[in-house]
Ligand binder design. Sequence first.
Ligand code: PHE
Length: 425
Amino acid sequence: MAVVGSAVGLGNIWRFPFLVGENGGAAFIIIYFALVLLVGIPLILSEFIIGRGGEGAPIRSMARLTPKRGTKGWRTIGYLSVLIGTMLLSFYFVVSGWVLKLLTDSISGGFEGMSPTEITQNFTTFKDSTWHSIAYSTAFVAICALIVSRGIKRGVERWNKILIPSLVGMLILLCLNSTTLSGWGEATDFLFSPDWSKVTVQTFIDALGQVFFTLSISMGVMITYGSYTKKSENMLSSKVLSSVIDTSVAIIAGVAIFPAVFTYGLEPSEGPELVFITIPNIFAQMPLGWPLAIAFFTMLSIAALTSAISLMELLVTTAMEQFNLTRRRANIAISIMMVALAALCASSSAIFNLFDSLTAKILMPLCGLITAIFVGWIFDRVRAKSIFTSDGMHSKRAYPITLFLIRFIAPVAISIIFLSGLGLI
Ligand code: PHE
C-alpha cells in the first residue's frame, strides 16, 4: 500500500494528462505502456533488490553494498537519487500548492456559474502572482513537516487504503459524467486511435521521464521501501500490481479529463496548467459540482501529501544519517531548504521547467541506467536471486526473464532514448 501511495499522486492526475496532450494522445500512451513493462518494472525491482540488500536509505544502502575498493563509484546511485528527490520535491510542492488553492476555491463557493474563460483567468492570475503561489506551497511544506515531525507518517500512509479507492471512485464518476459531454467522441479518438505521424524522439523522452516520475523510480523511495519490507514478501507480484494500479489511475484520469478539454474549447497541449483549468470546468457544469469539487480536491491534496511525505521522510532520514543530526533538527533544516527551493520554482516558471526537465529527461534516466547496470552486472548474482525469490520461496521462474530485462533491455532502451535525445544517434 505504501508503494501504491507513493506512486499514485500528481504524476497520474496532473502530469500524465498534460504530457498526453502535448504529445498527441494515443501513440504516447502506447509507448508509455511499453516502457512501463520494459524499463519501469525491472527498475523498481532493481531498487528493491538494493534496498533489501543494503537495508537503508539510498546513500547508506549503496555504501553497504559497495564496501570494496573499486566499487565505490556505484555509490553515485545513492547521491544521485537524493539530488533527484530534492529537485523533484521542489516543484512538487508548488503543484501541491495549486491543488490546495483549488481546494480553498471550492470550499469558498466552488466554480458554479463560472465560464471557461473566467476559470482560466482565475487560475493564471493566481499562478502569476508569485506571493500567492509561495504562500500555498509553504503551507504545504509546513503540513508535511508537521506530519514528519510527529512521526505519524505511517499513520497518514494508512489513509491510502481509503484514499486511493475513493480517488479512483471519484475519477470513475467524472468519467461517467464525461461520457455525456459533447467532446466525448473527439476525446476517445484522441486517447485511443494512435496517430503515429506525431511521434518523434521527444515522445519517447517524455514517455520515459513519465515512467520514472509516476512509478517513483530513481528518487530513492523504492530503495527505502525495499529496506522496510519483510524478506519473505513476494516482491514481483506486489510491484507488478502497484504498477498496474498506477497506470490504470493515469488512464482513468485521462478519460475523465480529455472530453472536458474538447467540450470547453481548451487546448490539449496547454502544458502544466491543463488539469487545473479543466477540472474546475467539469465541476462548474456538473450537477452537485460544489460538494463534489470539495471532495475531489481534498482527496487530491491527500494523494499529493502521501507522495510528498514519502520523499520528505527520505530526505530527513538521509540528513540524519549523513550529518548526525537529530530528527528534529534534520526536519527543520530540510523544511527550510524545501520552502526556499519551492519558492524559487514558484517564482520562475523557467526554473520550474528546468527542474522538471532536468530530472525527468536527464537525471532520472541516467540514475536508472546506472542502477540497472549495477544490479544486472556488478551486484552478486547469487545474492540478487535469493533476495528476489525470498530464498527460493517464489517467482523462481520469473527470475531469468526479469534479470534479462534488467541486464539488457532496460539499459539498452534507456541508452537509445537518451542518446537520440542528445542528437547523438
Ligand atoms: N510518483 C509520484 C506521483 O506520481 C511522484 C512522487 C513520488 C512525488 C515520490 C513525490 C514523492 O505523483
